[in-house]
Design a binder for this molecule. Structure first.
Ligand SMILES: [Zn+2]
Length: 73
């Protein structure tokens, strides 16, 4: 669900700016990737104790939440 659409016009505009900035930030984290695990694309939960991979997975989750997960609607 895109909850921010339910807000007022002004708030919605601000939310879109915030969301856009957050999406760009998370996308850049994913684009940077992990030097140790270049094959990891954060499709699955990061295993082990690799900080860049865990950061990427958190970015992936945040992107899913920001963009709205493909749910039945
Ligand atoms: Zn890694």
């Amino acid at each position: 669900m895109r909850r921010w659409l339910k807000k007022g016009t002004v708030e919605m505009t601000e939310s879109f700016a915030d969301i856009s900035a957050a999406i760009i930030e998370n996308l850049s984290i994913l684009a940077d990737g992990c030097r140790i695990h270049p094959a990891y694309r954060a499709k699955r939960k990061a295993t082990g104790n690799c900080a860049p991979c865990m950061r990427m997975y958190e970015a992936r989750l945040a992107l899913n939440a920001l963009e709205g997960e493909p749910e039945k609607s």
